[in-house]
Design a protein around this ligand. Structure first.
Ligand code: NG1
Ligand code: ZN
Length: 542
């Protein structure tokens, strides 16, 4: 038996099995694209209700990121440019799961929680800033879903702005710019201009040390996604003697044998990068919110093996750079100390966590997987760096930082650098373009080649990640920032026994929040042992 089916924007009935429940996960709603029209249609109602309530711009992003081309997804962006507020994730889940018949009462329940003031503003039509800003990635199903979003917003007469094919971080940036006009112009061009200007100014404030081995060139794997058109646009604005970018994987099958997720999980070179060593290569994912640098692994047995400079290596590079600039500030004996923190997940390579603790003398914070958890925790600091090992991350800055550093002309070069660095970075969310430009600044500042970056920070502990297809991922529950399983009962003891057999080992098992799989992560003294441990754990989980 199925629910009568939910009506999509084209008037079709989309059948939904009675036991199917959709939930707003860490990446919004993400499924086979066939399911998406009614989901996007419904999400656009939610977005427009929130836009009216707050008299602000709300974002809708249509993307399934690094997932296969056949999938698609939708997630909402709050007025600040951050991920959707948790309470509203619940509302979105309720609206999406209501049958056609239940929908009016679900919407009424949502409207009921608005304050009297908000209601009276809406009743008097004082919602001129309310708008839904919608972007999509390069998937073929995007335009159809864009029209679903447009019609969903039209139901509540909220202004709809289609910004076309953009990266997820561009959408976040434009939403924030609508609500905070001093931030940037709320257009694609506003984004390019703001990032380009900050990059070029920071470049001028950067002094390459003598004997520098830095090379101003990167070969970029666009994952056949949105990075191809949009990063090309951005790089047209930056003279090639500042930085030269060579583009690869621009028009093939999305995320297929390429892209940041492929490179990270397989630790393998993407298609069209055979044997590449120098100067530098980097991969974006499909919607360009992840960035991984890589090169061909020297002396590896597998011909396509890649050495990664992942989210952890990027985070440590940023931390080192920022720490150095910040020192100049604290040497002025200011009344206010600007604090800095770094947030990771359990997937962070053990060597990076040790580097942060022992060399940078900082206390790394480990939180649950999912950008919103990292972002939240990083926001506790004046300068909060957060990165997932997979290359998703950014730096966030507090209002104190803003008033002390960013809003004043600075006489000290390190402080000008800090202010500019904070503008190159897209602090709304991890942004592959902005992160790449920031990495290049740091490498140039230190005069580093890839060899230097590899040797001067830390060497990764060998690791291995496996996806395990399970009947029900809900059977797996974790605690301790996802590093310990509490369910199925007894499984953690078995894992512990296996891990104890390997030297320098660490491993954990957790259910994915975005796919119906369980992930196994293992570290050990050698790659062979890490693989063996991971695969042994896989058998235990199955
Ligand atoms: P899940 O599927 O919950 O592991 C994956 C990534 C997250 C995050 C989300 C959202 C790993 C191990 N997990 O989550 O870091 O990026 O997708 O896209 O990379
Ligand atoms: Zn992504």
């Amino acid at each position: 038996f199925t629910r009568a089916g939910n009506t999509t924007h084209t008037g079709e009935k989309f059948p939904i099995p009675d036991d199917e429940k959709f939930s707003y996960g860490t990446a919004g709603f993400r499924f086979d694209a066939k399911k998406l029209p009614f989901l996007v249609f419904r999400c656009a109602y939610v977005a427009s209700l929130r836009a009216r309530q707050l008299n602000s711009a709300i974002g809708v992003m249509i993307t399934a990121s690094h997932n296969p081309e056949e999938d698609n997804g939708v997630k909402l962006v709050d007025p600040s440019g951050d991920m959707l507020n948790g309470q509203w994730e619940k509302y979105a889940t309720e609206i999406v799961n209501a049958s056609d018949a239940e929908l009016p009462s679900a919407v009424a329940a949502l409207e009921k929680q608005m304050s009297q003031i908000e209601k009276s503003f809406i009743a008097r039509g004082l919602v001129q800033n309310a708008r839904v800003v919608c972007g999509m990635d390069t998937r073929v199903t995007g335009p159809h879903l864009m029209s679903a979003a447009s019609q969903g917003s039209a139901l509540f007469s909220v202004r709809f702005e289609n910004i076309g094919v953009v990266s997820t971080p561009i959408l976040h940036y434009i939403v924030k710019s609508h609500n905070f006009p001093q931030f940037a112009n709320p257009t694609l061009h506003g984004y390019y201009t703001a990032i380009k200007e900050a990059f070029m100014e920071l470049y001028m404030e950067t002094e390459e040390p003598e004997g520098s081995r830095y090379q101003p060139k990167v070969i970029v794997d666009c994952a056949n996604g949105v990075g191809a058109p949009r990063f090309r646009d951005l790089m047209k604005e930056i003279p090639s003697d500042y930085l030269e970018v060579e583009f690869r994987n621009e028009n093939g099958r999305l995320n297929h044998q390429c892209g940041a997720d492929f490179v990270k999980i397989k630790q393998e070179l993407p298609e069209n990068f055979d044997g590449i060593q120098e100067p530098k290569s980097a991969s974006f994912d499909g919607d360009a919110d992840r960035l991984i640098y890589f090169r061909s692994k020297k002396g590896a047995e597998k011909p396509r093996a890649a050495e990664l400079f992942d989210g952890d290596k990027i985070a440590c590079l940023y931390a080192m750079y920022i720490q150095e600039q910040l020192k100049a500030y604290h040497e002025t004996k200011p009344t206010y100390n600007i604090d800095m923190g770094i947030v990771q997940t359990a997937y962070a390579n053990g060597a990076s966590t040790r580097f942060i603790r022992d060399t940078l003398k900082m206390k790394p914070i480990i939180v649950k997987t999912g950008v919103k958890y990292l972002h939240e925790e990083a926001s506790e600091f004046d300068i909060g760096i957060y990165f997932e090992a997979n290359g998703h991350g950014t730096v966030v800055f507090s209002s104190h930082f803003d008033s002390i550093i960013r809003r004043h002309p600075q006489t000290l070069v390190p402080l000008r650098r800090l202010a500019l660095f904070s503008r190159v970075i897209n602090e709304t969310v991890g942004d592959a373009f902005a992160d790449l430009l920031a990495v290049e600044i740091c490498l140039r500042h230190y005069g580093w080649s890839m060899d230097d970056w590899a040797e001067k920070l830390y060497r990764d502990v060998p690791s291995h990640q496996v996806k395990v297809d399970v009947a029900k991922r809900e059977d797996f529950e974790t605690t301790n920032a996802e590093q310990t399983l509490v369910k199925p009962i007894g499984l953690q003891e078995e894992i512990d026994k296996t891990v104890a057999k390997y030297k320098e080992s660490r491993a954990f098992v957790r259910p994915s929040g975005t796919e119906n799989i369980v992930r196994v992560y293992a570290e050990a003294d050698t790659l062979e042992n890490a693989i063996e441990l991971g695969e042994t754990l896989k058998k235990i989980v199955l």
